[in-house]
Write a protein of this length. Structure first.
Length: 298
């Protein structure tokens, strides 16, 4: 894979993206431990809380035989004022070959990559990008339908502030899917429409027309604000529930990057729905991240 880092899916060509998906599928078929990263120190640097992403990266690293180091940013020199560049120099001098980083500031992994001579994997930065989440989402869809080209995928909710949505748009468009963004104007501006990406406001009209629905988590700080006046107001228009599940076409699936808010973007009926693929997404996170780490580091 030509790129030195994975900062977002536009680092990859469509062919490279397919190669990663194929490799992730191979790991899915045979998840036994490998030695591809034996002797390579990999540092996990998560400035934001994480369960799914941090844990699946750690499992992926161990299965590839890497020397895994997890740094608590609260105990790092960065809290003492050390710059990103100085941290990069320090890690490199100790022989660290790869840094997996999550940060609340959009662009932080890019700044780290400019100073770090090894590999940087973006595990989520601000409202900008989350490439490995998008990779596992695309993998889950390809498992379900055998293809991405020609699928119609709805992404519903707070698209404007979603790093998951932005990376999924890149990956799905690259492989030929049609994307329908659905949400209120306060969370989804008309300007997000582009070639292959439509903006719609009426979820009930969209549901019968799509192969997959990807729900986005509503941040608690957006509730009861000018953006989302109340949970009830949001749910009335955009919550997926038992009534709206009945509007889905046969064979359609529902996805969510997690963590989900019960009673906000979805109800328990969705989690019990036979087409819910949340668990598949979580499982695929390990295999997708194994594929990325192997491609960059091995």
């Amino acid at each position: 894979m030509p790129p030195r880092n994975l900062l977002d899916l536009d680092d990859l060509s469509a062919e490279e993206l397919v190669a990663l998906l194929d490799r992730a599928e191979a790991f899915h078929r045979d998840p036994s431990p490998r030695r591809a990263l034996a002797g390579i120190p990999v540092v996990n640097l998560f400035f934001e809380p994480s369960t799914r992403t941090q844990t699946s990266f750690a499992i992926a690293e161990h299965r590839l035989g890497a020397e895994v180091v997890t740094i608590d940013p609260r105990e790092s020199s960065m809290v003492k004022g050390e710059s990103i560049a100085d941290t990069a120099i320090t890690l490199s001098a100790m022989g660290v070959g790869t840094v997996v980083v999550r940060h609340g500031e959009s662009g932080f992994p890019y700044a780290l990559a400019r100073s770090f001579p090894g590999h940087v994997v973006n595990a989520g930065d601000g409202t900008h990008a989350h490439p490995t989440q998008a990779l596992l989402d695309v993998m889950t869809l390809r498992q379900e339908f055998g293809r991405i080209a020609g699928l119609r995928v709805a992404i519903v909710g707070d698209v404007a502030h979603s790093r998951v949505a932005r990376s999924n748009i890149l990956g799905l468009r690259a492989l030929g899917a049609e994307i329908v963004l659905v949400g209120p104007r306060t969370l989804l501006p008309d300007a997000m429409a582009q070639e292959g990406v439509r903006v719609e406001r009426d979820l009930d009209e969209v549901l019968p027309t799509v192969n997959a629905v990807m729900l986005l988590r509503i941040q608690r700080e957006r509730l009861d604000s000018a953006l989302v006046p109340s949970v009830a107001a949001y749910a009335a228009q955009y919550q997926l529930n038992a009534r709206r599940l009945e509007r889905l076409r046969d064979g359609a699936v529902v996805m969510h990057p997690g963590p989900y808010n019960r009673g906000v973007e979805l109800t328990d009926d969705v989690l019990a729905f036979s087409g819910c693929r949340y668990v598949n997404q979580v499982a695929n996170g390990v295999f997708a991240r194994m594929a990325v780490l192997e491609a960059l580091c091995a």
